[in-house]
Design a protein around this ligand. Sequence first.
Ligand code: UD1
Length: 338
Amino acid sequence: MKILVTGGLGFIGSHTVVELQNEGFEVIAIDNLSNSSIDVLDGIERITGKKPLFENIDLRDKSAVQSFFSKNQDISGVIHFAASKAVGESVENPLLYYENNINSLVYLLQELQKKPEAHFIFSSSCTVYGQAEKMPITENAHIQSAMSPYGNTKQIGEEIITDVAKVTNINSILLRYFNPIGAHPSAEIGELPLGVPQNLVPFITQTAFGIREKLSVFGSDYPTPDGTAIRDYIHVVDLAKAHVIALQRLLNKQNLEKVETFNLGTGTGSSVLEVITAFEKVSNQKLNYQIVDRREGDIVEAFANTDKANTVLGWKAQSTLEEALTSAWKWEQKIRNK
Ligand code: UD1
């Protein structure tokens, strides 16, 4: 079966292409290379023995999307990752985010609704919950008004898919990721942040490698046991596997509703200081860091209730925080020593 993966050369996309190919799917990846490298195709080939089909398409180009689907009528499912994801940039340039994340989704769904039936997996985020009242967060938790245009595109994306499902044959699964980290254990693919990393783990690995002088820990006065903010860090390979299981659920018609939603996390929260300690242990070195003020817009804590993913989807995160950090560190060293 041929599966389209948009954003297939990106961080989560590339790991999902690997897992799809491992399960015997034929993959066609689309990417505009705005935040990824063509070399990722070689990394995927080295892991799986097979290079996925690839097209450099910008999904904001409606006619390109149309002609892609008319040429590829045998696509059985779509996993849609292609999107911009930097919170700060989205505040600076909201229209870029609305154009990139919303238009592309609309154009894809317009093509899928022409089919007698379609299967669609959407990359959503725990950001839709904002600061949830209760931990761990279930899928029924209140959706809060978004704190950034980026977050808003995820909420609007979920709403568009839900509206479209009511009147089309598109079956969808919305996957709300907590904090994806790590890299493939082979260190053939991983995260490639542009410029100064905004996310914690790439900043840690770059600091450990000496590219950054020190890590700033944003806030130590949060109402948490050690005062630093808590997140649910999930290994990207576990996350990728969840996409394959979700797709198989749709293809096998096991979904109970036209749109289903699952949290993808480990169920365990870790503080920033706990992540640093775990990193120091696996890398066997001290990390240079300092405590600074809170970062604007950050929440205190977010970790997933994974019961629905565990029981309904039949998926559970397998890797520990240490394993995820080990893979991130191995990847950082590999790309820097090239
Ligand atoms: C961020 C986004 C979220 C997005 C996710 C993608 C914000 C507010 N949220 O989540 O919408 O889906 O990335 O992966 O940007 N930290 C430091 N020092 C650093 C970097 C981070 O102390 O240099 C802390 C943060 O304050 C936070 C934790 O580390 O407590 C995780 O931060 P980060 O990796 O940026 O993820 P989120 O902010 O949770």
